[in-house]
Ligand binder design. Structure first.
Ligand code: AMP
Length: 280
C-alpha cells in the first residue's frame, strides 16, 4: 500500500488510476480503525477495482473544547489493517496540507447541516462537508463509502453531492456492532468498563422502539416518550437528542413509517455516542 501525504501526489496517483480505466472506490476515515471502518473497505473492494482510503483527523469539524486533541490515533496499526484489506493507496495528510494558511473557503449545507448533530455541534457539518468536498476533489472516486452509523452525516453529504454536482455515487453501509449491540466507534475507547455497560442503553432503547413499531405503534410522540423514559432513567447517561426524522431532510415526522430514521445521541460520562436505525 502506498502512503501519501501530499495533495499533489495523491491527485497524480488517482488520476493515473482513473486513466487506467479502474473504478476507484474511496473510504474516508479519521483512523483508529475498527470493524465498522473495515466493513466499508470490504464493500469498496467488492465493488471497485481499486480502493483508496484516507486518514485525517479533521480539525475543522471539532469545536473548541471537543476531543480533537484526545481523539485516538493508531496510525501504524491502521496502516497494517488497510494493507491487509487490500487498500492500494492511503492518503494521510497533515492539517497544514489540507488547510494551508490563507485557505478561507468553506462548504456549508444549509438547513440540513444544522439538524441533529449539526444542532448539538454548531459548525460540525461545515467542517465535515468542507473536508469531504476537498477529499473528493483530490481522489475523484467513482464511489465513496460512508457508514449509516453517522446517518446525519450521510444525509448532509448526499445533499452536498447533489448540490455541487460531484460525479460519484455515495454508498451508505450498514452499522457494525459489537456482539452485545453497542455500535462500534473510535470513541468507544474513551469508555470505562462501567460506562461501556451504561452505553448499551442506546442500542437497547432503539431496539425497544423498533419492537414497538413492529407492534404497530407508529406515533412519533409516543415512541419518543418511550425512548426518552428509558434513556433518562439510566445513571451516567445524559440524552443529547432522540429524534424521528425524514432520513433525507432530517426534519421531524409525526409518524414512524418505512424509510424514516430513528436517531439518538447521548453522553455517557464525557463521551458523546450516537446510534440509529432506519425503519424497514
Ligand atoms: P470516522 O473515522 O469515525 O470518521 O468514520 C469513518 C467512516 O466509517 C464513516 O463513514 C463512518 O460512518 C463509518 N463508521 C464508523 N463506525 C461505523 C460502524 N460501527 N459501522 C459502519 N460504519 C461505521
Amino acid at each position: 500500500m502506498q502512503v501519501v501525504k501530499s495533495v499533489a501526489e495523491m491527485q497524480d496517483i488517482c488520476r493515473k488510476l482513473r486513466r487506467g480505466g479502474e473504478a476507484l472506490g474511496f473510504v474516508p476515515t479519521m483512523g483508529a480503525l475498527h470493524e465498522g471502518h473495515l466493513s466499508l473497505i470490504r464493500r469498496a473492494r467488492a465493488e471497485c477495482q481499486v480502493v483508496a482510503a484516507s486518514i485525517f483527523v479533521n480539525p475543522l469539524q471539532f469545536a473548541p473544547g471537543e476531543d480533537f486533541a484526545q481523539y485516538p490515533r493508531t496510525f501504524e496499526e491502521d496502516c497494517r489493517q488497510l494493507d491487509t484489506e487490500g487498500v492500494a493507496v492511503l492518503f494521510a495528510p497533515e492539517a497544514e496540507e489540507m488547510y494551508p494558511s490563507g485557505a478561507v473557503t468553506l462548504v456549508t449545507v444549509s438547513g440540513i447541516g444544522d439538524r441533529l448533530d449539526g444542532a448539538s455541534r454548531p459548525g460540525h457539518f461545515t467542517g465535515v462537508a468542507t473536508v469531504v468536498a476537498k477529499l473528493f476533489h483530490v481522489v475523484a472516486p467513482a464511489r465513496a463509502y460512508f457508514g449509516q452509523k453517522d446517518a446525519a452525516q450521510l444525509a448532509v453529504l448526499r445533499q452536498m453531492v447533489q448540490d455541487l454536482n460531484f460525479d460519484l455515487e455515495l454508498v451508505g453501509c450498514e452499522i457494525v456492532r459489537d456482539r452485545d449491540g453497542l455500535a462500534l466507534s473510535s470513541r468507544n475507547k474513551y469508555l470505562s468498563g462501567k460506562e461501556r455497560d451504561q452505553a448499551l442503553v442506546l442500542s437497547r432503547t432503539l431496539n425497544q422502539m423498533k419492537q414497538s413499531i413492529s407492534s404497530r405503534e407508529r406515533q412519533s410522540a409516543a415512541l419518543l416518550q418511550l425512548g426518552k423514559d428509558a434513556l433518562n432513567g439510566t445513571e451516567g447517561v445524559r440524552l443529547d437528542y432522540l429524534a424521528i426524522v425524514d432520513s433525507r431532510t432530517l426534519l421531524p415526522v409525526p409518524s414512524a413509517e418505512k424509510g424514516v430514521l430513528v436517531a439518538v445521541a447521548a453522553y455517557v460520562g464525557r463521551t458523546r455516542l450516537i446510534d440509529n436505525f432506519l425503519i424497514a
